[in-house]
Design a protein around this ligand. Structure first.
Ligand code: SF4
Length: 79
């Protein structure tokens, strides 16, 4: 598999740096399919991968976090 195929078939997931998260809640307001909150309002990432075609929408959620706590990580499809 070449790198182009890797990109097309990669599964994307959110990751949250819990040291940066301040509990603003924008992530679980914007994308409740992928985020929940803990008992005090900090982000919890749900275990749900997305296809590479949703990268732009995921990047909007990343950009909405005022603390810069959210990133996107790639893994093989089905991971
Ligand atoms: S938007 Fe950012 S700071 Fe706010 S709960 Fe989500 S990850 Fe944490």
């Amino acid at each position: 598999m070449n790198s182009t195929e890797d990109f097309r078939t990669a599964a994307l997931r959110y990751a949250v740096d819990t040291a940066l998260c301040a509990g603003h809640g924008r992530c679980y307001s914007l994308d409740p399919d992928h985020f929940d909150s803990d008992d005090v309002g900090y982000a919890v990432v749900l275990d749900r991968a997305e296809s590479a075609s949703r990268r732009a929408a995921m990047e909007d959620v990343v950009a909405a976090c005022p603390e810069g706590a959210i990133s996107i990580v790639e893994g093989p499809a089905g991971s």
